[in-house]
Design a binder for this molecule. Structure first.
Ligand code: PEP
Ligand code: MG
Length: 789
């Protein structure tokens, strides 16, 4: 029996080791197998061994049934024979609920279904894990043991990792299978082999390029916001393969040998990529390379390549031809999910060709810091690049949810996508200015534009250097009133930025950003890993994690939100979460799991009624209970609500009886108070953070929090503006959560002011009749003009 325990350092290290070695083991198993069935057989053996269980079985979905495809422990002749409906047995239950089913004494479970001749009656515990690939149910993996046993969190988490990796392998194998059986219908355009940019022996591009005009502005769409200046680095050119001599005379035997060598090298390379990505990003991101290995092992693919050489093609030409056929066939499939697999095939083709030509694609050390320009990025491109030298990223492809863009976002690299003809219009080394927020890419910009951007950059840097001294200083007034400055964060890359600016923890972690940066819902383990990394970034400080706040202007590409006339007044934020309890509970479980690694506070956005607060607390209690059943010991986590709707201010006294803290979200509060959409430029002059009604609402919230003895932290954008910040200190706020780069400037201004002056100015501001008059008052009093909203 596994004893309940919390996963602390040693257990975490253990689970990480287990997970990583499993990743490697699965790669090895793929390499030792020929085809899906053998891989599955090897995997059930591995899992049963790891879990010390008598049974491990894999059922795959086939024609709306779950068919036993591999088993260790159940009668071996039942493979392919046993099949269950989604409403049958614990296997069907796992598939139906798409969640982990962990039961002791399965026979007494209402969903138990005895299968004749399976010998299942002797097993006293059952663990079912759904196999899903990008939200699609592929099958179920089940573990059974003779001894009664409660599976603990480490085992469940390891099995979930295996299930995740296995799913990608199964998906690829089945896709190849599908194409092998009905290969290349309508194979009518043989000319489009894998796109390869021809380069000469000296590595120079030999294809003709369109000369750029002297100065050119290209437009694109925002991938990730920011400004970058620097020389262009064209990825097609530098990652492209060397010349491929289709027509040169060759010896058949030698070509077959060259092909074999290229395949072997590509496998080794794939294993290295997998390891590298697992270490730098996540195991989930690395799992894609299992599919690549599976493809490189595919018997039909290899036979096609050999047959092509036999028919008179060179090895390179065979790869271009056969892989090209696959790419086209994948692209023709109706399902967008399957179409995406074409990129994997193309990636493999390029890897094979570069090995053939002897150009080993090692980590690409950019020779200089550069703005990388490419048609599109394949998973291995981004893994191979030296991230530290990428100033910006420009892609012709317009898929802003593509793998490369997702990674670029998490690395904080300014990115512009959908830039038509970028690789033809830009030459290597061209001076570029990338202003992704405005969708602009300047090629060889005119002197004035260059000097304007340079001035902005230099001013910014100089100012930043002067302010650097504030990093280790407290945020304190002349006469010693101290305030706390925490960071607003959204992505993992924000953690180091917050540390760099000396943030005292995190006052608002917008968890929807990692959701938005992905192509599908992250599962509990993925969320837990992300949250854990954030929490561990602030070992001695608190991290306030806000639950999902989607709707309004934030949508998830894979989540259906209804079209609404007034989305900001509609189905958004905690309303969505409460209507999707499973999703909500999963997120809260992941947050509570992360809370075992540090000081976490849990916060709910946009509440307006007491019932919502109570419902949220109920979900927290369920999540806690679930985790305790799995063996976790969860610490007490303070609960809080955002005050960001006018009605919530009046309700705060009631909320105070149920929660531990408040967070004031002025971004939304202003729009609701003044009926001015925060994102609508035609009403932006109505959206005024210094409007007297806003100040009155803030003052009322401060007073209520004080009266109820609750901490209040303000996390709206206005707090990041020095002049407004000073006014907020005068209004009585002492806890702030701001954008990290503004921290030094806030401390600098506060260090020049005394609390009496701040309070006097705040009192006068409250009596003013317009935002404009408040603006004038505080700019005169503090010597700084407040930023326009
Ligand atoms: C707010 O509304 O002030 C807030 C901090 O939340 P968000 O900007 O994420 O809506
Ligand atoms: Mg808000």
């Amino acid at each position: 029996m596994v004893q309940p325990h919390s996963i602390r350092d040693t257990d975490t290290a253990k689970s990480e080791r287990l997970g990583l070695s499993t990743l490697e083991d699965i790669s090895k198993l793929i390499l030792q197998s020929s085809g899906l069935d053998q891989t599955l057989r090897n995997i059930v053996r591995l899992v049963a061994d790891r879990m010390q269980s008598e049974v491990c079985s894999i059922y795959l979905c086939e024609n709306d049934r779950l068919v036993l495809r591999a088993t260790l422990g159940l009668a071996s002749d039942s493979t392919g024979r046993i099949s269950l409906g989604f409403n049958e047995g614990l296997i069907g239950y796992t598939a139906e609920t798409r969640s982990i089913v962990n039961v002791g004494e399965p026979q007494s479970h209402p969903r138990f279904h005895y299968i004749a001749d399976s010998n299942e009656e002797i097993y006293h515990s059952f663990l079912g894990i759904p196999l899903q690939d990008r939200q699609r149910l592929i099958g179920v993996m089940a573990i059974q043991t003779i001894e009664p046993r409660q599976f603990g969190p480490i085992e469940i988490s390891t099995l979930t990792t295996i299930a995740f990796q296995l799913s990608a392998v199964v998906a690829s194998a089945r896709l190849l299978d599908q194409l092998d059986h009905e290969p290349f219908r309508n194979n009518d355009s043989p000319s489009t082999d894998v796109a390869i940019v021809p380069v000469g022996t000296d590595g120079q591009v030999v294809a003709e390029r369109v000369e750029p005009t002297d100065s050119l502005l290209l437009k694109g769409e925002l991938g990730f916001g920011g400004v970058a200046m620097g020389p262009a680095y064209l990825i097609d050119e530098d990652l492209g393969v060397s010349e491929i001599g289709d027509d040169e005379p060759f010896d058949l035997g030698t070509e077959q040998e060259r092909l074999s060598e290229a395949i072997e090298k590509a496998k080794i390379e794939t294993l290295c990529l997998e390891k590298r990505v697992a270490q730098r990003l996540s195991e989930e991101d690395a799992a894609i390379f299992h599919s690549h290995l599976m493809i490189l092992q595919d018997r039909v693919l290899l036979e096609k390549l050999r047959a092509d050489i036999h028919d008179g093609r060179s090895a390179a030409s065979a790869i271009k031809h056969v892989i090209g056929d696959y790419v086209r066939a994948f692209r023709r499939l109706d399902d967008p999910y399957l179409q995406e697999r074409a990129a994997d095939m193309e990636d493999i083709g390029r890897r094979l060709l570069s090995n053939l030509s002897g150009q080993v694609r090692d980590i690409i050390q950019l020779p200089y810091e550069a703005i990388v320009v490419a048609k599109e990025m394949l998973p291995s491109d981004i893994a191979l690049l030296d991230h530290a030298r990428i100033l910006g990223l420009v892609l012709e492809a317009s898929d802003s949810n593509g793998h490369a863009v997702i990674i670029a976002k998490s690395l904080g690299i300014p990115t512009l996508v959908g830039v038509a003809d970028a690789t033809r219009r830009i030459r290597p080394g061209n001076n570029l200015i990338l202003d992704s927020a405005s969708g602009a890419l300047h090629i060889e910009p005119a002197k004035q534009i260059r000097s304007e951007y340079r001035r902005l950059k230099i001013d910014g840097l100089r100012h930043q250097e002067e302010l650097e001294q504030f990093k280790t200083r407290d945020a304190v007034t002349v006469n010693g009133t101290k305030v706390t400055l925490r960071a607003n964060i959204g992505l993992l890359s924000d953690v180091s930025i917050a540390q760099q600016f000396g943030a005292e923890g995190v006052g608002l972690y917008r968890t929807e950003l990692p959701y938005m940066a992905r192509a599908s819902f992250p599962d509990r383990k993925t969320q837990y890993e992300i949250y854990r990394r954030v929490v561990e970034g602030f070992p001695s400080q608190s991290v306030t994690v806000r639950t999902l706040d989607i709707g309004g202007d934030k949508s998830l590409p894979y989540f259906d939100t209804p079209r609404e006339l007034n989305p900001f007044l509609g189905w958004r934020s905690v309303r969505v979460s409460l209507d999707h309890r499973d999703m909500f509970r999963t997120q809260i479980e992941a947050i509570l799991m992360a809370a075992t690694h540090g000081n976490v506070k849990l916060m709910f956005p946009m509440v307006t009624t007491l019932d919502e607060v109570l419902a949220c607390k109920m979900v927290v209690a369920e999540a806690k209970q679930n985790l305790m059943n799995e063996g976790w010991t969860i610490p007490d986590v303070p609960l809080g609500v955002m005050i960001e709707v006018p009605g919530a201010i009046a309700m705060a006294t009631h909320f105070a009886k149920e929660v531990d803290f408040f967070a004031l979200g002025t971004n939304d509060l202003i729009q609701y108070l003044l009926a001015a959409d925060r994102g609508n430029s035609s009403v932006s002059h109505y959206y005024d953070s210094l409007h007297p009604a806003v100040l009155a609402a803030i003052a009322q919230t401060v007073a209520t929090a004080k009266r109820c003895g609750k901490n209040l932290c303000i996390c709206g954008e206005m707090a990041s503006d020095p002049a407004s910040f000073a006014l907020l200190v005068g209004l009585g706020l002492r806890e702030f959560s701001v954008s990290s780069p503004s921290i030094f400037a806030l401390k600098a201004l506060l260090s020049k002011l005394d609390i009496k002056t701040l309070q006097n100015v705040a009192e006068q501001a409250m009596a003013e009749s317009s935002g404009a008059r408040v603006r004038k008052l505080i700019s005169e009093a503090f010597g700084q003009v407040p930023a326009k909203d």
